[in-house]
Design a protein around this ligand. Structure first.
Ligand code: SF4
Length: 333
């Protein structure tokens, strides 16, 4: 299978999919490990190679304002353009040798329909490096009335980002820090590209944002406030998830305390209407920003949306930034 988003120059292939813009020699792969220069073409030896396929609660992505309480068929692949030393899925992201099962877009869409879930989430590793498979599957899924969700680091160049987010109905993008050096030196990433991907996604599909809060790395109030301001400038109703880090892969720093998450959530709430805590126990409900009525009650993955009438608060009628089946039906009708 041949890739898109590349050009040939001086006997090398230049992949233009993500900000690494890898120049790839014959017989080699780019940094993500899954895009291979073979005979002067960029090939996709891992096309449709699923490392994981499972039906998950949509809240696990996390998406709290997108079909709350529903389930979604979730697919993961292998490889990643980043090198996060705290990756919780490093076995499939930092290696391409994980066991995979070949699946076609047609088989994936059939599995999503059989699952009775709302659609397909492309998740677990970085799905953007498999953009050709994702786009083909997403377009087919949409024709069958299924939803498409992308869970991503946002490491993507603007042109493919436009095409990708147009094909999605919802996305959760990681904003791992607001420190360019931290992105570049510790993650091999590019903050400016992530911010641009967030702007593009905000224009095309339902968007939520997650920051994994790591002690000593990105847990300063000023940094969290700067990220909350950036999100609020796009839309103050974009849901923002502050997730507690726990030791994984190469990081042995102690887990983030619930008190830290609560302190930083209070900072983010100065600018954003919907801020949630992840990886810590405790309430994570959604209340109406106008009248305070409980709209969505969550207990683990048990969800009750009794406070919503379509996309509005049942008590005061305020429109709420949430996508529900009822709202989609009424919009369609
Ligand atoms: S997608 Fe992979 S090959 Fe392409 S530029 Fe990014 S890391 Fe390099």
């Amino acid at each position: 299978m041949t890739a898109r988003f590349y050009r040939q120059q001086n006997n090398r292939i230049h992949c233009t999919l993500c900000p690494h813009n890898c120049a790839i020699r014959e017989g080699s792969s780019g940094l993500c490990g899954v895009r291979l220069n073979s005979g002067g073409e960029l090939n996709l030896p891992y096309y449709g190679g699923a490392s994981a396929l499972a039906v998950d609660p949509i809240e696990k992505k996390p998406l709290y304002h997108f079909y709350p309480g529903s389930e979604i068929l979730s697919i993961g692949f292998v490889g990643c353009p980043l090198r996060c030393p705290f990756c919780q899925n490093y076995r499939i992201s930092q290696s391409t040798s994980a066991r995979t099962r070949r699946i076609s877009p047609e088989q994936l869409v059939a599995a999503a329909r059989d699952s009775g879930s709302i659609g397909i989430a492309y998740t677990y590793n970085e799905p953007i490096i498999h953009i050709e498979f994702v786009l083909e599957s997403a377009r087919l899924a949409r024709r069958h009335g299924l939803q498409n969700v992308l869970v991503t680091s946002g490491q993507v160049n603007p042109e493919p980002a436009e095409e990708l987010f147009c094909a999605m109905d919802g996305t959760n993008i990681d904003l791992k820090s607001f420190n360019e050096q931290f992105y570049r030196r510790e993650l091999a990433g590019d903050l400016a590209s992530v911010k641009e991907a967030i702007r593009i996604a905000a224009a095309h599909c339902h968007l939520e944002i997650t920051t994994l809060v790591i002690p000593g790395k990105n847990d300063g109030s000023a940094e969290i406030e700067a990220m909350a301001r950036f999100i609020a400038d796009l839309r103050p109703t974009i849901p923002y998830h502050l997730s507690a880090y726990y030791p994984a892969y190469r990081y042995v720093t102690e887990s983030t305390s619930p008190a830290t998450i609560e302190r930083l959530a209070a900072v983010a709430r100065r600018h954003l209407a919907f801020v949630y805590s992840g990886n810590v126990s405790g309430a994570n409900h959604t209340d109406c920003p106008a009248c305070g009525r409980r709209l969505i009650e969550r207990s683990g993955y048990h969800v009750c949306s009794a406070g919503l009438a379509g996309r509005n608060c049942i008590a005061c009628g305020t429109p709420i930034a949430v996508v529900t089946a009822a709202a989609a039906d009424s919009a369609g009708g």
